[in-house]
Ligand binder design. Sequence first.
Ligand code: ZN
Length: 79
Amino acid sequence: MNVTVCQSCGMPLTTPAQFGTEADGSTTREYCIYCYKEGKFEQPGMSLEGMTEMCTAILKDEGMDEESARSMLRNQLPF
Ligand SMILES: [Zn+2]
């Protein structure tokens, strides 16, 4: 499986709705919508811990259990 991950937070991008957007409204496959929106990085001051919490919530929404989501993120994020 070829999984695209956000180059900023490492979140797996599994649906087009998760891709970030450029200023012209096109999508980018480099970053997720939570990091990069309308050509700008979102929440530049966000901590990795905050990012982990946010991404854990997103993965839970997609049916992953919280512990696996959290440990996967801890492996992926540059702590
Ligand atoms: Zn991201």
